[in-house]
Ligand binder design. Sequence first.
Ligand code: ADP
Length: 374
Amino acid sequence: MKKAGILGGGQLGRMLLQSAANYPVETFVMENDLNCPAAHLCHHFTKGDITSFDDVYNFGKGLDVLTIEIESVNEDALEKLEAEGVKIYPKPAALRIIKNKILQKQFYKTNEVPTSDFIITQNAAELGANASFLPAVHKLATGGYDGRGVQVIKKAEDVALGFNAPSVLEKMVHIKKEIAIMIAVSPKGETAIYPPVDMVFDPKLNLLCYQISPADIPEKVFWKAEAIALRVVKELKSPGIFAVELFVDIDDNVLVNETAPRVHNSGHHTIEGNYSSQFDMLWRVLLDYPLGNTDPILPAAIVNLLGSEGFNGPALYEGLNEILTMDNVFVHLYGKTHTKPGRKMGHITILSSEKQELLHKANQILHTLLVKSG
Ligand code: ADP
């Protein structure tokens, strides 16, 4: 049986392990927190720091294949492991590009992948000197996550909001829609592409609020988005699963925002909504089996279950009974015992052939199911 390791033990690792049960594989997880969502679902848990060279190297030695559920891992250790014969999907070279927003934007430019114009700023002074580029979005090169490390700067008086560290200053896109496309790449270079999803964000928390798949976009936009997403993964030259996040602007131009080299929130609906889920698909890649069928079974919506404002402590799920009586509604809790405002505690998938029903149920769930603390 192959030995497969996952760096990071959050909810993505947890859902990946739920799919691992269908395959002949011995699973290993490394994470600092003994009570992380994935800790109790793997065969072997190692407490360790995924950013530490020694911890990652020692964890990966002797494994057949290693993947990640978060980008902030020590890629030097991954490179050494790869040189010693451990399969690392995504490849460390692709991960290095994606981890750094400066390298990622330069990668798009070099490979003629449409993306918003940008300049690189090393510090606050350089940002101040480029006020003519505003309005723009300032993004920290490294260390940002889920909206932290991203700052909108509309006018010269606001430059103090920017970062005094290496960053990308991106032209503000007049966004009509944000969509995402998941693509799997096998070790042989075959690809399997999922239908695009519409992502709707919570403007306050900058977190995904709900999403609908397939996205409601004109055919022309669909073809552009697919071609662009395929180009991104082709140029990254790495097996794995990738989420390509795209902007559709008011003129129907399609621009890449960013790419995640791993299973992703925008693919959670695939657990019930598609024949092969993103988690099932990643096991096929990791274990070098044929890729799965990405076709949708039914259109799907996802609601993120976030910790309610004003509650910080042991999690209580209000409204769960009502949600569990709803047809074609699937609850996924991430096993986090402690809630805090905006924390991702779970997600709910809704299936229906009627878009109106998806939206109606999504709104109902957003208002009924709340994570509080007693
Ligand atoms: P993170 O990696 O933290 O998720 P993103 O780079 O995806 O950050 O940016 C977060 C959000 O900010 C995007 O989903 C989008 O709504 C907005 N945003 C990012 N870049 C731009 C841009 N160039 N123009 C307009 N809005 C943007």
